[in-house]
Ligand binder design. Structure first.
Ligand SMILES: Nc1ncnc2c1ncn2[C@@H]1O[C@H](COP(=O)(O)OP(=O)(O)OP(=O)(O)O)[C@@H](O)[C@H]1O
Length: 121
């Protein structure tokens, strides 16, 4: 198959992002999380390093969610019926998302805690 031009490849990846944004509820939740973090970065005046950590974690969660959706779609395509092996694959992909969320929450607590202390004490 002939390789599409670069701009077309970019268009395909954007189509993928638009699809997941429209169709996957969990991805939409994580986008809301990213928007809240963007607001807090500006509102609290986080340092460049703190903002970079928060953004990295927010996008890390979005990436794992996109890969999880990808794994689910492949599984549903190759095996639409109940299959314990498919169940394990889906659970593993879901586990990866959970791990990324745990990492993001830990980083969020470490970064935001000093600012919260200033506001509430
Ligand atoms: N074909 C299948 N065979 C066996 N177990 C399955 C199958 N499909 C789903 N499961 C089980 O149900 C769980 C949820 O799978 P499903 O495809 O519904 O994902 P989901 O609810 O959309 O997940 P997410 O919230 O991560 O998008 C899986 O983790 C797996 O344990």
């Amino acid at each position: 198959m002939k390789k599409p031009p670069f701009y077309k490849s970019v268009q395909f990846t954007i189509n993928g992002l638009i699809w997941i944004l429209r169709n996957e509820r969990n991805f939409q939740f994580h986008i809301v999380g990213l928007l809240i973090n963007l607001f807090l970065i500006v509102f609290l005046g986080l340092s460049n390093l703190e903002a970079a950590l928060i953004l990295l974690c927010s996008f890390f969660v979005l990436v794992t969610e996109a890969l999880n959706t990808c794994a689910e779609k492949i599984c549903d395509y190759i095996q639409p019926n109940f299959d314990t092996k498919i169940g394990v694959i889906k659970d593993l992909a879901g586990g990866a998302v959970l791990l990324s969320v745990i990492a993001a929450v830990c980083v969020g607590i470490l970064v935001y805690w000093p600012y919260l202390k200033l506001y509430f004490y």
